[in-house]
Design a binder for this molecule. Sequence first.
Ligand SMILES: Nc1ncnc2c1ncn2[C@@H]1O[C@H](COP(=O)(O)OP(=O)(O)OP(=O)(O)O)[C@@H](O)[C@H]1O
Ligand SMILES: [Mg+2]
Length: 249
Amino acid sequence: MSAPPTPAGATLALDGVSMHHEAEGRRIDVLRGVSLRVEAGSSIAVVGPSGSGKTSLLLLLAGLERPAAGRIAVDGLDLGTQNADTLADLRRDRIGIVFQSFHLLPSLTALDNVALPLQMAGVRDALPRARAVLERVGLAERADHHPARLSGGEQQRVAIARAVVHRPRLLLADEPTGNLDDSTGECVRELLFGLQRDQGMTLVLVTHDPAFAARCDRVLRLHDGRLSEAPSETAAARTATPADAALPA
Ligand SMILES: Nc1ncnc2c1ncn2[C@@H]1O[C@H](COP(=O)(O)OP(=O)(O)OP(=O)(O)O)[C@@H](O)[C@H]1O
Ligand SMILES: [Mg+2]
């Protein structure tokens, strides 16, 4: 058996992170002093009721929002001390994001949507690389279609291809199977974990689906502005089989 690949993923560290939104004169406390460590190459699921702040947390991790208090570091880089340009560079180089509502550009084909992050980074072989990733998500035949001509599941797969095409160290995925039927959802689940394994990414997955969450190394529940560890079946299975540790490397 060959040694597992060295994780290429990013480490994440949150210390005392608080965040609130203002809406119609009312203050909504979304996070109240959240602290968290995520190891490079591991996967965590964030679960919690609608409105509990899961998307807000992902936007903080991507540097698209700033916390009111506390510190967020990606690979030791303190996001709070970076300007907008550096944060944009960080996203371009190291972070992939699958948004809750795809965010594909309607005027671009599937291929051009996927190639865009590479083209913006000045990568010369952007189109062949984008085509290869579209193939990986099973959409080689749809490369020239615009999003409006794709089904929800196909658009979701294009969004995933776009998020991973630059081989990010950190993948943030917000409800990637939220709008999909069971079998398409299963394809997307397989795809995400396959990509995570092959590229050694750190994965932060927001999901309402307990079975999807259970496939992550850890499950964290966001409730009342706080994160708490929830039992993960995967983690439980690992600790329940100490004999695994004795397997030859
Ligand atoms: N830009 C904003 N301005 C004001 N309030 C906001 C803003 N964005 C989110 N909120 C509020 O913050 C809270 C958390 O929202 P968020 O979108 O992070 O929740 P969520 O856990 O992702 O929910 P869902 O599961 O429905 O996607 C909600 O009460 C929401 O109404
Ligand atoms: Mg959300």
